[in-house]
Design a protein around this ligand. Structure first.
Ligand code: WT7
Length: 644
């Protein structure tokens, strides 16, 4: 992690990019001296039915807490992503869809997107979906996923996309939490040559919670169970409605979507984003971070089930009249060249992925990369977790052949879009650093007591003022929203991340400082995995921590105490892993199960996770003071019992 390795802005980028150094510095100054004017200017990129006169109304303090942007503005997100491009770009490609099978792909123009979204919207209306209703999407990576999101936006319904890898139980919990009574799914998904039983999972979820309707898009044509009166076949319905649907005029602060994410305690949180501020943020950051210009082919590999898929697969690119690639498959199917084959096939210019995918591909050597041309690539990006400098260099040298800048974008589900990122025409790069905040983003590093730390330092990352893309609340729980993000360090938004600032003012995210772990760029709450484990009849107690994992960044390490009389053996290990997959989904499956005769607890019964983390990291010399434990002997037992 040397601070001295610097990759300067290539001369051509400094000359041609939307944002060069001078423009970046001017924007930072403008955002500070005249914030209202600055953000008004950024909002002008959208098409508003009524342009807002009130720009910003924010307080992070308890007594007058509020976050409102462009409050009296009126607009529709689907109009901004589709209709307004039609006069100039009706025949331009909006979405390039690349199937799991390399023989399958499709190009959807803006004109076709308009018709498809309108039809989808009319089907929703025909089946009673109204403005403000919550609609749950449980979809594979097919164009209909984007149509469904945009159709909700068109009629003012609030979508909640649940990643197709989540279990029926997780899906049921999310349907229930937001009181959604309409689900959109597909018969099956297809990834890496394998099918995913989406409709069957929905049926299983609906044994726990009931909804009025399930709209089913046919992907594989598999024969699926059907509940008459509840299930609706999308194909015939779409053919029966008009290909035009008037957009609903929405207030800037009307909800656009809910997206569930894991927290450090309890059940997943329904992060709520609103219409105006979110779209301003997704569109602006997509343009400045990726230096996007219409006509370029942009590929974000994220699934629509995550915020990255919302902001940089669908909303940001489409608001900018981009050509966005949607990929149904996985990086290693049919072989490890697939990403780069797709880049060549569709002449992708900007490619955005997660460090975990790069590390997995790097392990296969340079051959699968070098077997392709990649001559269309001009910019690379990463997101989701810190990128280790080794993977950064491989990405830069092997994938980008030294000619493509890399934007390491730091942000969160809560932030709606990028907050800390290099701009390719303005920021010299340091491998492993997300570099500098965007204009208007006021970062603060604090110590445990909340004192601001200045200069080169390390501590907890806070943000002292709002930006348009900030989440507005947790669905149905304003109090939990305030408590989670604004009470630890009063008057500031606390990100949950640790962070270092170097002598050049560059930011280096060091990872979560709460009980959240980052597995392959996805957030997982340790408490959620623990709750799933203790649901198993043989488990008495469980404690879960993260540990460094070569590919995933962090792996899931579970200490499990079994009920008296139950034998610890490898079959039970496999069974517990399967159990967690069934309860939450494959992304929550523990990588290690460590049989724990007892857990290290303080005399008041609090589990000392610090010690568990050290044992998981195999840093046995750094266990620290164990004298405050109720029974210090448990630590020796755990050290002796480390799984091979
Ligand atoms: C957490 C947010 C943002 C979309 C994907 C994940 C970590 C994200 C970076 C980065 C270091 C990063 C942080 C953050 N993170 N991007 N470029 N460098 N860490 O969204 O599930 O909301 O997770 O991901 O720890 O808090 P998320």
């Amino acid at each position: 992690m040397s601070d001295t390795a610097i990759y300067p802005v290539p001369e051509e980028w400094a000359r041609t990019a939307h944002v060069n150094r001078a423009r970046y510095e001017n924007a930072c100054k403008a955002a500070e001296t005249d914030p209202e004017g600055f953000w008004r200017g950024v909002a002008e990129r959208l098409e508003w039915t009524a342009f807002p006169t009130r720009i910003k109304d924010v307080s992070f303090h308890k007594d007058d807490f509020r976050i409102r942007w462009f409050e009296d503005g009126i607009l529709n997100v689907s109009v901004n992503c589709i209709d307004r491009h039609l006069p100039e770009r009706r025949d331009d490609v909006a979405i390039i869809w690349e199937g799991d099978d390399p023989a399958e792909s499709a190009a959807i123009t803006y004109g076709e997107l308009h018709a498809a979204v309108c039809r989808f919207a009319n089907v929703l209306k025909k089946h009673g979906v109204n403005r403000g209703d919550r609609v749950t999407l449980y979809m594979p990576m097919i164009p209909e996923a984007a149509y469904a999101m945009l159709a909700c936006a068109r009629i003012g319904a609030v979508h909640s996309v649940v990643f197709g890898g989540f279990s029926p139980d997780s899906l049921a919990g999310r349907i229930e939490d937001c009181g959604s009574d309409f689900v959109i799914t597909a018969d099956e998904g297809l990834r890496g040559g394998k099918t995913i039983p989406l409709k069957a999972n929905v049926d299983a979820a609906l044994e726990k919670v009931s909804v009025r309707s399930v709209l089913v898009v046919r992907r594989t044509g598999a024969d699926v169970a059907w509940v008459e009166g509840r299930d609706i076949d999308y194909g015939p319905e779409a053919a029966s409605v008009e290909a035009d649907c008037p957009p609903e005029p929405m207030g800037a602060e009307d909800p656009l979507f809910i997206l569930y994410t894991s927290g450090s305690t309890g059940k997943p949180k329904g992060v709520l984003h609103t219409t105006g501020g979110y779209l301003v943020w997704a569109a602006w950051t997509h343009e400045v971070t990726f230096d996007y210009r219409p006509g370029q082919v942009f590929w974000c590999t994220a699934d629509v089930g995550w915020v990255t898929g919302h902001s940089y697969l669908v909303y940001g690119p489409l608001a900018n009249a981009a050509t966005t690639v949607m990929f149904e498959g996985v990086p290693n199917y049919p072989d490890h060249s697939r990403f780069w084959q797709v880049v060549d096939k569709h002449r992708v210019e900007i490619f955005y992925t997660a460090p975990t995918a790069l590390r997995a591909l790097m392990r296969e050597g340079d051959g699968p990369v070098k077997a392709t041309s990649r001559s269309s690539l001009r910019l690379l990006g990463t997101v989701g977790e810190p990128i280790n400098p080794e993977a950064w260099r491989w990405y830069h040298e092997v994938v980008g052949e030294g000619r493509c800048p890399i934007v390491d974008t730091w942000w969160q589900t809560e932030t709606g879009g990028h907050l800390i990122t290099p701009l390719p025409g303005s920021t010299d790069l340091k491998p492993g650093s997300a570099t500098l905040p965007l204009p208007g983003i006021r970062l603060q590093i604090v110590d445990a007591e909340g004192h601001e730390l200045t200069g080169p330092t390390e501590g907890n990352l806070c943000i002292t003022d709002s930006w348009p893309g900030q989440m507005r609340t947790l669905y149905g729980d304003d109090q939990r929203f305030f408590d989670t993000y604004f009470s630890t360090y009063p008057g500031r938004y606390f990100t949950g991340d640790g962070c270092r600032r170097d002598a050049d003012g560059y930011y280096w995210i060091t990872g979560r400082v709460d009980d959240v772990i980052n597995v392959s760029g996805h957030r997982m709450g340790t408490a959620e995995v623990e709750s799933a484990l203790v649901l198993h009849p043989y488990v008495a107690e469980a404690a879960v921590v993260g540990y460094p994992h070569d590919i995933k960044g962090q792996g899931i390490y579970a200490y499990v105490t079994l009920n008296a009389g139950v034998d610890a053996h490898d079959d039970l290990r496999a069974e517990l892993i399967k159990h967690v997959r069934g309860e939450i989904g494959p992304i929550a499956a523990p990588d290690v199960i460590h049989w724990a005769p007892g857990l290290p607890k303080t005399r008041s019964g609090k589990i000392m996770r610090r010690i568990l983390r050290k044992i998981a990291e195999n840093e046995l010399g750094a266990l620290g003071d164990t004298s405050t434990l109720a029974d210090p002997g448990v630590v020796d037992d755990l050290v002796k019992g480390r799984p091979a």
